[in-house]
Design a protein around this ligand. Structure first.
Ligand SMILES: Cc1cc2nc3c(=O)[nH]c(=O)nc-3n(C[C@H](O)[C@H](O)[C@H](O)COP(=O)(O)O)c2cc1C
Length: 204
C-alpha cells in the first residue's frame, strides 16, 4: 500500500509510529526555577551527534518538561531498563504541575553532579544535559507544528558499573526498553555484530 499522510491511511490505527521503531526512551528529569521536580518518558528522543555529545527530545505540545527546561536550561535524560518499565509508564501520568512523578512512580531522585535537575537513581545510565536549542518544527509549508524540539549537550554521564562487562556496556545486562507502535514495547535481547565495509576490501 501507499498513502499520503494528509489524505489518511485507511487502517484501524495510524501506522506512523509503528513504522519508525524501535525508538529509545529518554526518561527526562527536570527541576523548575522554584524547585519542583518532574519526570516523564519521551520516545521522540535520540542522540544526534557524538562530537559534541548532543541529544534531543520532542514534546507534542508545551508540556511541563519543556516549561522547566526553558526556566533552567537543563535536563537529565535517564535510560529505562526492563525492570523499570512499569515505573517509567507510571511516570507518564498527566500529574498536575508541581507533583513529582518520582513520588508517584516510586522512584528515587538523586542529585546530578553538574546540573540542578535530579536523576533517577535506579536508572542504569543518565546523561546530564545543558540545553543548546529549543525549536518549534514546522510542516513543509512553514506552519509551526505545536511541537517543541529540545536539544542539549551532554556534560556529564552516569553509568551503573554493574552493566559493564570488560569495560564495555553490556546491552544484555542493561536491558534497555524501547517504544514500538500502538501500545507495544520491546526490550533489546538479540545482539549481533557487523563491521562496516571498506571500499577495496574483499567481501569475504
Ligand atoms: C513510553 C512513552 C513515550 C512517550 N513519548 C512522548 C514523546 O516523545 N513526546 C511527548 O510529547 N509525549 C510523550 N509521552 C507522553 C508523556 O510522557 C506525557 O504526556 C507526560 O505526562 C508529559 O509529562 P510532562 O508534562 O511532565 O513533561 C510518552 C509516554 C510514554 C509512556
Amino acid at each position: 500500500m501507499f498513502y499520503e499522510p494528509q489524505n489518511g491511511h485507511g487502517l484501524p490505527h495510524d501506522p506512523f509510529k509503528a513504522i519508525v521503531v524501535p525508538r529509545p526512551i529518554g526518561w527526562i528529569s527536570t527541576r523548575s526555577k522554584s524547585g519542583a521536580i518532574n519526570l516523564s518518558p519521551y520516545s521522540y528522543f535520540n542522540a544526534i551527534s557524538d562530537n559534541p555529545h548532543l541529544v534531543m527530545f520532542s514534546s507534542s505540545g508545551h508540556k511541563d518538561s519543556v516549561t522547566f527546561v526553558e526556566e533552567t536550561g537543563e535536563f537529565a535524560a535517564n535510560l529505562v531498563s526492563h525492570d523499570l518499565r512499569e515505573k517509567m509508564n507510571a511516570s507518564s501520568v498527566n500529574a498536575p504541575r508541581g507533583v513529582s512523578e518520582f513520588d508517584y512512580a516510586g522512584l528515587t531522585p538523586a542529585p546530578c553532579k553538574l546540573i540542578g535537575a535530579p536523576r533517577v537513581a535506579e536508572a542504569y545510565a543518565t546523561l546530564e544535559c545543558v540545553v543548546t536549542d529549543i525549536r518549534v518544527p514546522t510542516d513543509r509549508h512553514g506552519k509551526p507544528s505545536g511541537n517543541f524540539l529540545v536539544m542539549g549537550e551532554v556534560v556529564g554521564i552516569h553509568i551503573d558499573e554493574t552493566i559493564l562487562t570488560d569495560g564495555l556496556i553490556d546491552v544484555q545486562k542493561a536491558q534497555p526498553v524501547s517504544r514500538l507502535g500502538y501500545m507495544d514495547y520491546a526490550t533489546v535481547s538479540d545482539v549481533y555484530q557487523m563491521w562496516r565495509p571498506r571500499w577495496g576490501e574483499s567481501k569475504g
